[in-house]
Design a protein around this ligand. Structure first.
Ligand SMILES: [Zn+2]
Length: 123
């Protein structure tokens, strides 16, 4: 089985947590909490676990942007801390509900972070 290095060890994904309502936003922004409007010292940066669950998957075979390497598997991932992000997936065999984790691969300029099936996680 292919072994992947968890990105949480080498490529931290940062987020910001609202200390008033606990809402979590990623990527980091300091304009204000998207849920309650709190700002300033009420927003605290932290590093996400990189663990999440697949919500939906799209297989891309052709794309007008030649910078995008195809075929590609793109997914919406709900991180365990709450934020939903769009990422590139390493496997076309994932289903909605599959557990995945961020892996240490260079983010794709067009597709962002890379996530692999949780079974590949090195222990
Ligand atoms: Zn808030």
């Amino acid at each position: 089985m292919e072994s992947k290095t968890p990105a949480s060890e080498t490529l931290p994904i940062r987020a910001v947590r609202c200390l008033r309502c606990t809402y979590v936003a990623s990527p980091v922004q300091h304009f204000g909490c998207e849920q309650c409007g709190a700002y300033g010292d009420d927003l605290e940066e932290f590093v996400l676990s990189g663990d999440g669950t697949v919500l939906e998957i799209v297989n891309v075979y052709r794309h007008p942007d030649s910078s995008l390497t195809v075929p590609a598997v793109i997914g919406s991932i709900e991180l365990i801390e709450g934020p939903v992000i769009r990422v590139r997936l390493t496997s076309p065999d994932l289903q909605p509900g599959s557990r995945v984790f961020a892996v240490d691969e260079a983010p794709d300029a067009a597709l962002g972070l890379v996530f692999a099936p949780a079974l590949q996680k090195a222990s």
